[in-house]
Design a binder for this molecule. Structure first.
Ligand code: UDP
Ligand code: MG
Length: 318
């Protein structure tokens, strides 16, 4: 039996890009259905992440025009990762395989065929990995590279140059459902699930229209989530730092004692001030890191839902 494929595509204020890309997604699914690789029940499912522009109107009219399109709408903007999980959990009810991708045309649509072929070979997770970073700015490229290195150093299992373009089977999604964490970083979570996995390379294009929703501030917060959701190493580093500073202070005290005994006095203003600044700086950073974890615990203990689906279009009866 041919598998049912759902493309899961989060959209936030994408009225400029949807008219350009939606037809391409559908054409790809049609092509795979014709080739007999996937079932005719397959579809392109959009997730409207609480857009403020006409995105939802566009999506609604697409679903009215063609049964190949389906859409759900979240009650408000919840961010890319939550929109993704919302779409995946919805698609899981009807699909054998899902492929998550961006709606701006940056993820090469042709890699879908290869991903489906990899699935047919028995792989349950297929990662789309960029084969170059030419379309990125120098800044994004360098920060991304060092961030992957840093994450690995912190013991987080992550696939370099892979974002959220990936195929997952419904078995994998059932396993993923068990991870109820509110601080979601799918890239770090999915490699932990196990299952047979493989990789498909593609080259990432420029955004077809509109602009990115990941300004520096959001990139930084995703980066912090990536570390603090998967690794307690920063807390260990603080402890280590504490020991080092304590050891240095101990040497300092001995030095002071020797100076006093040998009757050698200086004003000592500069050294005292710099020690105070140094130590309080370290304390502030340490408190910040600990605070980051406590904030995470706070959010997790409340067990709030990650998203609320307010509308569904063109989806089968459950
Ligand atoms: N997106 C979303 N909710 C948000 C921000 C972004 O659903 O709050 C979607 C967006 O519509 C796009 C994908 O996530 O399909 C990736 O966003 P974007 O292209 O802006 O990021 P970039 O590719 O520049 O990293
Ligand atoms: Mg993009």
């Amino acid at each position: 039996m041919t598998p049912v494929l759902y493309l899961v595509i989060p959209c936030y204020n994408e009225e400029q890009v949807l008219p350009l890309t939606s037809g391409k997604f559908k054409a790809k699914v049609d092509e795979l259905v014709l080739a007999g690789k996937i079932s005719d029940d397959s579809c392109v499912m959009f997730v409207n992440d609480g857009s403020r522009d006409t995105t939802w109107d566009i999506l609604t009219s697409l679903t009215e025009q063609d049964k190949r399109y389906a859409a759900i709408s979240l009650s408000r903007n919840r961010g890319h990762q939550n929109a993704l999980i919302a779409g995946l959990m919805e698609a899981k009810k009807f699909a054998d395989i899902t492929i998550s991708m961006d709606c701006d045309g940056q993820d090469d649509i042709n890699a879908i065929t290869e991903m489906v072929d990899e699935y047919a070979k028995g792989n349950e997770i297929v990662y789309g990995v960029r084969n170059d970073r030419k379309t990125d700015t120098w800044f994004k490229r360098t920060t991304a590279r060092s961030y992957y290195k840093f994450l690995r150093g912190m013991g987080v299992d992550i696939i370099p140059d892979h974002a959220d373009y990936r195929l997952m089977s419904s078995r994998v999604l059932n396993a993923l459902e068990g991870y109820g964490e509110v601080n979601l970083f799918l890239r770090g979570l999915i490699p932990q699930l196990g299952f047979k996995q493989s990789v498909v390379y593609y080259s990432r294009a420029e955004r077809e229209a509109g602009k990115t929703h990941y300004p520096l501030s959001k990139m930084v917060s995703l980066a912090v989530d990536g570390v603090t959701s998967f690794s307690v190493k920063p807390l260990r580093i603080i402890t280590l730092l504490g020991f080092i500073v304590a050891f240095l202070s101990f040497i300092g005290i001995i030095y002071v004692l020797i100076s006093v005994i040998s009757g050698y006095y200086v004003d000592g203003w500069a050294s005292t001030t710099s020690i105070i600044c140094f130590v309080s700086g370290i304390q502030m950073i340490s408190l910040g890191v600990i605070g980051e974890y406590i904030g995470k615990i706070y959010l997790e203990t409340k067990h709030r839902p990650r998203y609320i689906v307010s509308e569904r279009k063109n989806l089968p009866e459950e």
